[in-house]
Design a protein around this ligand. Structure first.
Ligand SMILES: Cc1cc2nc3c(=O)[nH]c(=O)nc-3n(C[C@H](O)[C@H](O)[C@H](O)COP(=O)(O)OP(=O)(O)OC[C@H]3O[C@@H](n4cnc5c(N)ncnc54)[C@H](O)[C@@H]3O)c2cc1C
Length: 381
C-alpha cells in the first residue's frame, strides 16, 4: 500500500490525481492539498469581465474529489522536503511514498508592487470586482492592457482581454470615446508562437483599432496622474490599466530542495521526474526548455504533464509502462464574435517549435466551451 500526495489542485494537480486514482490499486491513498477549495479555468475570468458568463458558473468545489476516492485537504503548504517526500502544511506534516508538485506560479513581486488604484492585476480573480467597477466608470480615455514582463501565464490572454473588452466597449456604445492600447516588452505579440502567428494577432488587433506597443517595458506608474511610463521616457495616459505581471515561482517551491537556482523546478521534460526519488513536478511551477524558449505556462500543458507524471509514478510504484511527453500541445486564441483560433503543434521540435495557427471560427469557440465543461464534469462532477 502506498500513500501518494499531490501538492496543488489546479490543472496539473487535478489531472494527476485522477490519473493516479485510475491507475493505482484501491488501497493506495491519493491526497491533494491546495490552499483554495475551488477550481475554474483561467479564461473564465476574461469571460466574466467581458460579460460572456459569470465566473461563478464555471467554478467548482474541490470537495467533489471525495466522490472520486481522492482525499482533499484545504491547507497552506509552508515547506517541501522532496528528498524526504515530506510537506509541511497548516494542517500538519505529510510524509508519503510519492509526490507530485503542481503548485502553479505566482507573480513577480516588483510587478504587483507597481499596481494599485486604477491599475489592476488582470490575472487575479480577486481583482475582478474592482476592474468591473472601473470599466463601468470608463466612458472616455484609454484602456491600457500592459504585459509587465516575461514569461507570463497563457501568452495570448492579455491580447484576448484587449479584444474582448474592445467588443464589450462597442456593445456598450463607448468605443468611440475609449482608446484601447496593449503594450508588451517583447518584440512580437506572441514570440512563443513565432512571427506568423504574431503578425496574424497584430493584424486582428489593428483591424479593431487596438494600438499595439511592442518593445515597451513598463518602468513605473504615476497613479495620481494615471500615466504609465515606459523605457526611453515614453508615456501613455490611462483611465484603466490591466497589468499582467511576469510569473514567479511560488516561494515554497523556490525554497524547496528540488528547485533550480532560478527558483523554478526543472524536471525531466519527457517524464517530469525531478532529481528526488519518486517526486515529480508539473505545470506552471516548472521551467521546461524548448529549442528557443520554454514551454508556455498554460493549463493544456499542465494537464498533459500531470497525466504523464501520474502514469510514470504509478509505474514506479507498481510496474507498468512508462510514458514520455512528446511536446505536442496548443493554445487557444479567442477573437471577437465568439471565434477561436488555435496555435497548435510540437513545442519540442528542433531547431524551433513547429507550430501553426488554425483559422478562427465559431466551431472552435464551441469546442473551447466544451473543453472547459468536460474538465469540470470529469474532475469535479
Ligand atoms: C486570464 C487567463 C487566461 C488563461 N487562458 C488559458 C487558456 O485559454 N488555455 C490554457 O491552457 N491556459 C490558460 N491559462 C493559464 C492556466 O490557467 C495556467 O497555466 C494553469 O492554471 C496552470 O496550471 P497549474 O496546475 O500549474 O497551476 P494552477 O492551476 O495555478 O494551480 C496551482 C494550485 O496550487 C495551489 N497552491 C499554490 N501555492 C500553494 C500553497 N503554498 N499551499 C497550498 N496550495 C497552493 C493553488 O491553490 C492551486 O490549487 C490562462 C490563465 C489566465 C490567468
Amino acid at each position: 500500500m502506498a500513500d501518494v500526495l499531490v501538492l496543488g489542485g489546479g490543472f496539473g494537480g487535478l489531472a494527476a490525481v485522477h490519473e493516479l486514482r485510475r491507475l493505482l490499486p484501491a488501497d493506495d491513498t491519493v491526497t491533494v492539498i491546495a490552499s483554495r477549495d475551488t477550481f475554474f479555468v483561467g479564461f473564465a475570468k476574461l469571460w466574466e469581465l467581458s460579460g460572456v458568463r459569470p465566473l461563478a458558473d464555471g467554478t467548482r468545489s474541490l470537495s467533489a474529489l471525495e466522490r472520486h476516492g481522492i482525499r482533499f485537504v484545504q491547507a497552506d503548504i509552508t515547506a517541501i522536503d522532496a528528498a524526504a517526500r515530506r510537506a509541511e502544511t497548516s494542517a500538519g506534516t505529510f510524509t508519503v511514498d510519492a509526490m507530485v508538485i503542481a503548485l502553479g506560479a505566482g507573480y513577480q513581486p516588483k510587478h504587483t508592487a507597481m499596481l494599485g488604484a486604477h491599475a489592476h492585476n488582470l490575472y487575479d480573480a480577486t481583482a475582478l470586482p474592482g476592474i468591473k467597477a472601473d470599466l463601468d466608470a470608463l466612458t472616455t480615455g484609454t484602456l491600457l492592457v500592459s504585459i509587465l514582463g516575461a514569461p507570463y501565464l497563457c501568452p495570448p490572454a492579455p491580447f484576448e482581454a484587449a479584444l474582448l473588452l474592445d467588443e464589450w466597449l462597442r456593445a456598450n456604445g463607448r468605443r468611440d470615446q475609449v482608446d484601447v492600447v496593449v503594450s508588451t516588452p517583447q518584440p512580437l505579440t506572441l514570440p512563443v508562437a513565432g512571427p506568423d502567428a504574431s503578425r496574424f494577432l497584430a493584424e486582428r488587433l489593428t483591424e479593431r483599432d487596438v494600438t499595439v506597443l511592442t518593445e515597451h517595458p513598463l518602468e513605473s506608474i504615476d497613479h495620481g496622474a494615471g500615466v504609465a511610463r515606459f523605457s526611453d521616457d515614453r508615456t501613455r495616459e490611462f483611465g484603466l490599466m490591466l497589468g499582467v505581471p511576469a510569473a514567479a515561482p511560488p516561494p515554497v517551491v523556490a525554497a524547496s530542495d528540488v528547485a533550480a537556482e532560478s527558483g523554478w523546478i526543472t524536471p525531466d521534460r519527457q517524464t517530469f521526474a525531478t532529481r528526488a526519488e519518486r517526486v515529480y513536478a508539473v505545470g506552471d511551477c516548472t521551467m521546461v526548455p524548448t529549442a528557443t524558449a520554454q514551454l508556455p505556462k498554460a493549463g493544456v500543458f499542465a494537464e498533459a504533464e500531470g497525466r504523464i507524471a501520474a502514469a510514470n509514478l504509478a509505474a514506479e510504484l507498481h510496474g507498468g509502462d512508462r510514458v514520455a511527453f512528446d511536446g505536442n500541445g496548443y493554445c487557444f486564441l479567442e477573437l471577437p464574435g465568439h471565434r477561436v483560433a488555435k496555435v497548435v503543434g510540437n513545442f519540442y521540435a528542433e531547431p524551433k517549435p513547429d507550430v501553426r495557427l488554425t483559422p478562427p471560427d465559431e466551431a472552435a469557440f464551441a469546442a473551447k466551451q466544451r473543453w472547459e465543461q468536460e474538465r469540470l464534469a470529469a474532475w469535479l462532477g
